[in-house]
Write a new protein. Structure first.
Length: 75
């Protein structure tokens, strides 16, 4: 698996207007698996896929990756 960083124009799920997809710049941070990428869009980490016919699709609506919270340290 290759890790890399790339800024690109991607279809962003939350920007979709009716049936029209909207492009905006996102950062592809790393490859997670077969056609599964970690993307950053406006500070939100989420899943992205690559469609060879239309390009990258970033799911910042249902594919958000939540960072696990660090356990509270007792004193």
């Amino acid at each position: 698996m290759t890790d890399y960083i790339e800024k690109c124009q991607c279809y962003i799920h939350s920007l979709k207007q009716d049936e029209t997809n909207v492009l905006d710049e996102a950062t592809i941070v790393k490859r997670l698996g077969d056609n599964d990428y970690l993307a950053d869009y406006n500070g939100v980490k989420c899943h992205a896929i690559f469609n060879p016919f239309v390009g990258r699709y970033v799911d910042d609506k249902y594919g958000v990756i939540h960072e696990p919270k660090a356990p509270a340290q007792s004193r």
